[in-house]
Design a protein around this ligand. Sequence first.
Ligand code: C5P
Length: 397
Amino acid sequence: MTLKGKHIVLGITGSIAAYKAASLTRLLIKAGAEVQIVITPAGKEFITPVTLSALTGKAVVSEFFTANDGTWHSHVDLGLWADLMIIAPATASTLGKMANGIADNMLITTYLSMKAPVVIAPAMDLDMFAHPSTTRNIEILRSYGNIIIEPAAGELASHLIGKGRMEEPEKITAFVEEFFEKQESLSKKKILITAGPTYEKLDPVRFIGNYSSGKMGFALAEECAGRGAEVILVAGPVSLKTDHPNITRVNVESAEEMYNASVNVFPNMDAAILCAAVADYRPKEQASEKMKRNGEELNLLLVPNKDIAASLGGMKKDGQRLIGFALETKDETQNALKKIEKKNLDFIVLNSLNDSGAGFQYDTNKISILSRNGDRKDFGLKSKKEVASDIITETLA
Ligand code: C5P
C-alpha cells in the first residue's frame, strides 16, 4: 500500500489509449490511493464513466454542472484535495489547451486550479507527437514544472510504428510510487543552502562581484523542498524567484552577511549545501562617497573574508552533513580533495570551467561528486534541475 492515503485526480482525454486508464485506476487504488476521475467529453467516447466510477467508487466528473439537478462540480476543490494530478492519456489537443490555458472543459479548469504536482502521459499518433507544435507544448508544460512521462515507441492504433504509445499503467504506477517516495525522502530535514554571488562594496555605487547566477543553488533549494525538507536559502544578489512554501529565503549582499546568516542557523540544520560563490576578499575600506577618477593608478587594499564552509566545518556535529562546491581551472580533483579536508566537508561537488555548457550563468551543468572516503562519481551534462536531483540523491538520500 505504497500510495495509502494519497489523493489522486486522474484526468482522461479522448485517445484510444483511454482504455488503459481503467487498468491505471485499478493499479493506483490497489496501491492504496483514492482516485477521482475527471474526463473530457471526447474521453467518454473511448471509455464509459460507468466503468470508471465502478472502479473508484466515486462519480466521474466531466461537466461543470450535473444536468438534472444543476449541481456545480468544483474544480477548485479538486485542486486543493489532490496530492497529485495525472493526465493519462493526454492528447495533443489537451496538451495544447494546458500549455495555453484554454479552459473549455472540466479537465483543463481542474488542471489550472491544481495545487499539487502534475504528471502527464501523452498518447497520440507518431506524426502528431513529432509535430513541432506538440514538442513546443510539452516544453511549455515542462517549464510550468509539470512532469512528462514520455510515450513509448511501438505499434500504434493506426498500425503505424513509432513513438506515441501511452506508457503502460504498471510503469506509470511505479513512477507515481517512486515520486511520492522521493517527495517524502527528506521530510522533517532542515537544510541550509547558500547560493549566488556576493557583492563586496567599494563605495555606494560599486562593488567587487562575480558571475554566479544562483541557478544551481536555487535548483538545489527547490529539489530539497520538493522532497519535503525545510530549506533556508541564504541568497546573494540574484534575480531569481522562488515561491515554494518549504523555502525560507534570506537575502544577503556581502560575504560577511552570508557568513552571519549561515553560522546563525547551522546549529539547527541537518545539512548545509554551500553553493554560493563567496568573494574571498573585500575592500579594506568602503568609501562613503562615490570614488572620483583622478587619472592616476588606484590601489585597492583587500582583506580576506571568512570562509563560511570552513567555519561550518569547524562547528559540525555528528549527524550533520556538509557539502561544498569547487570550481577549479586546474588540478581539479587534487584541489577538490584538499578542500574536503581543509573545510571538513563530507562531499564536494566539482564543476569544471573546462566543459562547455557547465558552470556560471548556464542552465546546464556537468559535475563530479567526490566523497570524503575517496569515492568519485562523474555525471554527464544535464539541466541544473537534474543535477540538483543527482546531488541530493548522492549526498543526502
Ligand atoms: O575555497 P573555495 O572558494 O574554492 O571553496 C569553494 C567552496 O567553499 C564552496 O562550497 C563555497 O560556497 C565555499 N566558500 C564559503 N565561504 C568562502 C569561500 C568559499 O563558504 N568565503
